[in-house]
Design a protein around this ligand. Structure first.
Ligand code: AMP
Length: 461
């Protein structure tokens, strides 16, 4: 199966919905493993959850249906994250929500679970979705996030018959058209390609019940405001709207005022705060010595799975070449790579076949790679908010990680803007022989509060 086929249509694993009543643990462990499109779970057999961690009442009290709790249990989650605790009950009540939460907080399950429940509660038995009719639409800024959200629907909806389709550009239109015309319950889409389909009348939103704007700040940053306006103009006024954003600049507030009705704001942590489990540090280093410093750092213990952000495609390729020259396995992910190449790079990284993934901004949101040990900003992010999103890659729900930023002399001002946004000073790590140190002229006002990496040869200040 080609990569395109794989990501064009993902029909959720079918299962007859149990009638309302006590929780039926519906699928055996074996059945859980069979996630092919054709697998039917027809018998309700008691599950053997002994191998799975016990779920606490935090989840069972949220008001979720048994089959969703089963899926959550299968995912191995025991306790809802704060955003899930707040958002799920409100979303189940049908309220409009503004979720101020970044990637890594569990926000995707926070909206996916209540949406699935809403669609199941309102569905008519096993009747297929009528052609062209979509009941939930999730708009995402990037194809990577689009795929991640779609996977989330598949994961939590595995005991249901809901059909979900990811719709993004850079792949042929026809397979998506075919699927849309067959009938899809949930569309997860990037705005540009979705508008193409809307213009071709491949999809109609007359029956839409729920609209989600995921990473709204990022969508606006990417210039999607006109597309969002055109899309929202075509969906029913009476709907539930959920907006998620890591930051709340005035533009996002204006968007929320326009699209949401009496929204409740749920917020995790401080606004724009970096994921709290992440330890960050800045390495002052001249621009032309960044690759050398990188190779040095990668010799450290624990640098097992490292995601590197480069500002340019050319820079990303250069870093990969340099690392490979030193015998370090690395791969690049940027807009010049085909979708298939990008998916392969991500898979190789996820599976640990390569240690280092060097990505440009395309990968910065929606890249759900668990177990990243470090994020390195090879270049200082141009937008301070991007810093928060990038380091969200390591501060996963429960994991911890380190985020390092290489700062050339001409990037000092940008680091300062980041510090203003996150509301704290980032410790500097000085590596003798690399630090332009006294020449940077920014003083020693930042102090090290934690030990971001064992840099024996390094002097921390
Ligand atoms: P998100 O913020 O939606 O990108 O989710 C971040 C990561 O946390 C994903 O890998 C999820 O699978 C994981 N996750 C979501 N909810 C929970 C939970 N309640 N317990 C543990 N991990 C979770």
């Amino acid at each position: 199966m080609s990569v395109d086929d794989t990501y064009i249509s993902q029909t959720l694993m079918p299962k007859t919905l149990p009638p309302a009543g006590p929780a039926t643990k519906s699928a055996t462990k074996t059945a859980r493993k069979k996630t092919t499109k054709t697998t039917k779970v027809t018998k309700a057999v008691p599950s053997a959850p002994a191998v799975l961690p016990e779920m606490d009442s935090g989840f069972t009290d949220l008001g979720l249906m048994p089959q969703l709790l089963d899926a959550v249990r299968d995912a191995g989650y025991t306790t809802p994250t704060p955003i899930q605790q707040q958002a799920i009950p409100l979303a189940l009540m049908g309220r409009d929500l503004i979720g101020l939460a970044q990637t890594g907080t569990g926000k995707t399950a926070g909206f996916t679970l209540p949406i699935i429940q809403r669609l199941l509660e309102g569905s008519h038995g096993d009747a297929p979705a009528s052609a062209h009719r979509v009941r939930a639409l999730i708009l995402t800024p990037t194809r990577e996030l689009c795929i991640q959200v779609e996977e989330s629907f598949r994961k939590y909806g595995k005991h249901t018959e809901l059909r979900v389709l990811p719709v993004f550009g850079g792949v042929p239109v026809e397979p998506q058209t075919k699927q849309l015309r067959k009938g899809i319950d949930v569309v997860v889409a990037t705005p540009g390609r979705l508008l193409d389909h809307m213009e071709r009348q491949n999809v109609v939103f007359d029956d839409l019940e729920v609209l989600v704007l995921d990473e709204a700040d990022r969508m606006l940053d990417m210039g999607f405001a006109p597309q969002l306006n055109r899309i929202v103009a075509e969906v029913p006024r009476f709907r539930q709207t959920l907006l998620f954003s890591a930051t709340m600049p005035p533009e996002v507030e204006a968007l929320a005022r326009k699209y949401l009705r009496k929204p409740i704001v749920v917020q995790v942590g401080r606004r724009s705060s970096a994921a709290s489990t992440v330890t960050h540090a800045v390495y002052p280093v001249p621009r032309d010595r960044k690759t050398e410093l990188l190779a040095e750092l990668l010799k450290e213990k624990g640098m097992d799975s490292v995601l590197i952000f480069s500002r340019t495609k050319h820079g990303a390729d250069k870093v990969v070449r340099h690392l490979e020259g030193k015998g370090i396995s690395a791969t690049a992910m940027h807009a010049d790579k085909s979708q298939a190449e990008r998916m392969r790079a991500l898979e190789d990284f996820k599976q640990g076949k390569v240690r280092v993934l060097v990505a440009t901004d395309i990968a910065q949101r929606g890249l759900d790679v668990s177990g990243i040990s470090h994020v390195i900003n090879y270049d200082v992010p141009q937008q301070p908010e991007d810093y928060v999103h990038r380091i969200g890659r390591t501060g996963r729900a429960a994991a911890s990680g380190d985020a390092f930023t290489f700062m050339a002399p001409d990037e000092i001002a940008m680091v300062r803007s980041i510090e203003r946004i996150i509301g704290e000073a980032i410790p500097r790590i000085s590596v003798p022989g690399y630090d332009f140190g006294s020449k940077e002229g920014e003083g020693n006002e930042t102090e090290v509060r934690s030990a971001p990496v064992t840099m024996n040869r390094g002097r921390r200040r």
